[in-house]
Design a protein around this ligand. Structure first.
Ligand code: ACO
Length: 332
């Protein structure tokens, strides 16, 4: 029988500073009413000056340590999902390793935008299921405020900053843990959701700055339609191939990009309100961090009990999308 992996510890960090819809009303031509009805967002947290993605992930690890007795020196691997690394190199994983004192760990970053957590969890699960490693830390951290143009109302209302971490370990009990996962990608999405500046195609220059190429570009409508269909398709495919239906799901934690996207997915999956976790109102879209933030919130609210079937799904830049199914095992 396949060795199983499970989540054994969790932690989160959201910066103190809050940027509300009313604050945004003073910055661009928008309204609290438009933002709430079109996206479900009321406020978002913004990193302090100089606070980078590795800092936020390290604070999230401190939260994990406050909740669970974990020795950082026992961590074998650190996988970081981010599209806002502190810098191109060294990796954010190396910076987090140093910050938290995980001196025996190796690690790396992955770039899959909003699907980053699902992608990273699949790799973590594989490393544990193969028997190669016992403690894999997955950190999802994005400082979206650093790549957001706060003069562009199309995007600046959508994003927030946050980090969340989970520890993945083998489980003795075969009834619990990660059951199955699916990851997908369609590179034609490169034209609809990207940040063009600063890479090897358009290295940073006065021109890239003048043309605002260091900010997120998104064709919202195209992304919206695909997010709804792909997130629902991949969730249904994963449920069906494991002989489950929506009725079996204890909690659905979708990527939080837009409440209307979530509602459409929930309809397709035929879920009831009580089966879905929605926290976009207070954090907005924190890219890689949305699903693990949802896990921590769900756990803290007593909505994740051992044995519950947890379904996670994401869609994001690339395009990338994916889904993971697990039986929750962590006691309150
Ligand atoms: N305030 C007020 N009006 C606005 C705002 C705003 N902040 N933004 C846009 N509008 C206007 C538009 O200009 C447009 O006006 P017009 O009709 O006069 O032209 C009108 O509102 C409608 O705009 P739409 O773009 O059609 O609005 P839509 O309902 O599609 O919502 C949104 C836009 C929220 C961006 C939506 O398309 C969306 O959520 N898209 C998907 C986002 C997503 O999932 N991203 C993926 C993850 S991100 C990642 O991977 C990094």
């Amino acid at each position: 029988m396949r060795r199983k992996a499970t989540i054994t510890a969790i932690g989160k960090y959201v910066p103190e500073k809050i940027l509300s819809n009313f604050d945004l009303e003073k910055m661009v031509d928008t309204s609290d009413e438009w933002i709430r009805t079109r996206t479900g967002i009321s406020e978002r947290h913004i990193a302090a000056e100089g606070e980078a993605s590795s800092d936020m992930a390290s604070f999230a690890f401190q939260d994990l340590q406050r909740r669970f007795d974990i020795d950082p020196q026992e961590i074998d691997v650190i996988i970081v999902a981010t599209i806002t690394p502190d810098m191109f190199f060294p990796s954010t994983a190396a910076l987090i390793q140093y910050n938290i004192g995980a001196t025996n760990a190796w690690g790396f970053d992955i770039s899959a935008a909003c699907s980053g957590f699902v992608y990273a969890m699949i790799i973590a699960a594989q490393l544990v299921e193969n028997g190669l490693y016992k403690k894999v830390l997955v950190a999802a951290t994005d400082t979206m405020s650093t790549i957001t143009d706060y003069t562009n109302r199309d995007t600046c209302v959508l994003f927030g900053d946050a980090a969340s971490v989970v520890l993945v370990e083998p489980t003795e009990n075969a009834e619990f843990g990660i059951i199955d996962y699916l990851a997908k990608m369609d590179g034609s999405g490169k034209d609809f959701l990207y940040m063009a500046g600063g890479g090897s195609r358009h290295p940073a220059s006065h021109e890239t700055i003048d043309k605002k190429m260091h900010y997120i570009y998104q064709e919202g409508k195209t992304v919206f339609k695909l997010a709804v269909s792909k997130m629902a398709d991949v969730s249904i495919e994963l449920l069906q191939r494991n002989s489950f239906t929506g009725a079996d799901v204890g909690l659905f934690i979708p990527h939080q990009a837009n409440k209307r996207i979530i509602d459409a997915c929930v309809n397709r999956l035929k879920l009831k309100d009580g089966q879905v976790l929605i926290n976009i109102d207070k954090y907005a879209n924190t890219t890689a961090a949305t699903i693990p933030l949802g896990i921590v919130d769900g756990y803290d609210q007593g909505r994740l009990k051992p044995g519950d079937l947890l379904l996670m799904s994401a869609f994001g830049g690339g395009f990338t999308w994916g889904s993971m199914l697990m039986r929750w095992s962590l006691l309150q």
